[in-house]
Design a protein around this ligand. Structure first.
Ligand SMILES: [Zn+2]
Length: 386
């Protein structure tokens, strides 16, 4: 069997585990642990609080510093309400494309790394290769912090982290950060024929959302810019809202969620503070004049830090050497790379497949991308054996 065929077999296996983020990833993790064990490699698992999910950390090669971390998330986004033409959890090949949930984002990278295990264990590695596989990336990169903590506590310091998100095997040295914010509005219920006696939380939400929209539009023109990103400025969007009881009751409750995707040189907190000040100084006094119980809560979730460009870092140099890609590339999607970097590890994103297919119905990866990924890992093994 060729190396590519082995990687594709592994991809088929990984995709067959339905690891949509809200479900457990333990079946996949146990499978990978078993596979590593069959090559004599121990795995360390870090569970979530309810023990329904786990990160996996394992090392091949000598227990010395200067190793390379191959990082991937094991969870995938949901398939509901998407028009799939084949079973999302069965890899189906057609015209050189392999379809299935997670083929691009990002089980192919994990599969390629695992399929190379026989080569890794046979090679006389002078520096180790570490596998760092996480859970809950797709719901805000919330699984990986405990994995990074374990890695930094237990392993001799690696020289580079390669996060294998789909970049078509190009080297990406920066990504935007993301901070999600929940805004919860408490209004005051009244009959909708007597609006002056109540405060509709839904109408307040509409006003606040318009404020955020205008702030975002203004920032697109006047805010900081970095042309290496698309779009070249920090963005702010609102994509979830719920509230109200009935058309004829002034709404007592409404909440909405928004996110700030900030350039590495920008700071999401500036936008959150501006919004908070506006709520406190302009909107809330008007609400409280009707009922003191009215409130606006602004709850930022732990954000994912941006990946900042670190010119000629070990990670950048390694991946440029292995791929031959010397173009400076930044991406707007957030990844675990910023988290690895902020723990003190040189990090880049470089993986097979295209982000254009990520999260889409009929997600696919081109066979050619798997071949490039296989070559990357093969060359990495060669490099670490010298
Ligand atoms: Zn991903």
């Amino acid at each position: 069997m060729t190396d590519t065929a082995r990687a594709i077999e592994m991809l088929k296996t990984l995709v067959s585990f339905d690891t949509v983020s809200r479900k457990s990833n333990l079946a996949l993790i146990e499978h990978v642990r078993g596979l590593l064990g069959s090559h004599g490699i121990d795995s360390r698992l870090v569970y979530n609080e309810s023990k329904t999910k786990a990160n996996l950390l394992a090392s091949v090669g000598p227990n010395v510093p200067g190793g390379i971390v191959l990082s991937g998330h094991t969870d995938v986004v949901p398939v509901e309400d998407q028009d799939w033409h084949s079973d999302p959890f069965v890899v189906t090949e057609k015209d050189g494309k392999l379809y299935g949930r997670g083929t691009a984002d990002m089980k192919a990278f994990v599969a390629i790394a695992l399929a190379a295990l026989p080569d890794m264990t046979k090679a006389a590695l002078k520096r180790p290769i570490h596998f760092a596989f996480s859970y809950d990336e797709e719901v805000g990169c919330i699984g990986v912090p405990s994995l990074i903590k374990l890695l930094n506590a237990e392993l001799p310091k690696p020289s580079a982290v390669v996060v294998g998100e789909p970049t078509e095997m190009k080297v990406v040295t920066a990504h935007k950060g993301v901070t999600a914010v929940r805004t919860v509005i408490t209004g005051h219920e009244a009959h909708s024929s007597l609006p002056h006696r109540g405060v509709s939380a839904v109408m307040i939400a509409a006003e606040l959302i318009e404020y955020l929209r205008a702030m975002s539009a203004e920032n697109a023109i006047k805010g900081p810019k970095n042309p290496l990103f698309e779009p070249e400025h920090t963005t702010l969007t609102i994509n979830r809202i719920e509230g109200g009881t009935a058309p004829n009751i002034m709404a007592g409750h409404c909440s909405f969620q928004w996110d700030v995707r900030a350039l590495p040189e920008d700071d999401a907190n500036i936008y959150i503070k501006k919004f908070s000040d506006y709520c406190r100084d302009v909107v809330l006094p008007r609400m409280k004049a009707v009922s003191p119980a009215c409130n606006i809560e602004i709850i930022p979730r732990a954000g994912t830090p941006a990946l900042k460009p670190e010119k000629n870092s070990d990670a950048e140099q390694l991946c440029r050497m292995l791929t031959g890609d010397n173009v400076t590339r930044h991406v707007s999607f957030a990844a675990e790379a910023g988290q690895f970097q902020s723990s003190g590890l040189a990090t880049v994103i470089c993986g097979p497949g295209s982000i254009a297919q990520a999260h889409q119905p009929n997600e696919f990866i081109e066979r050619r991308q798997i071949e490039l990924g296989v070559k990357f890992v093969k060359d990495l093994i060669g490099h670490l054996s010298r």
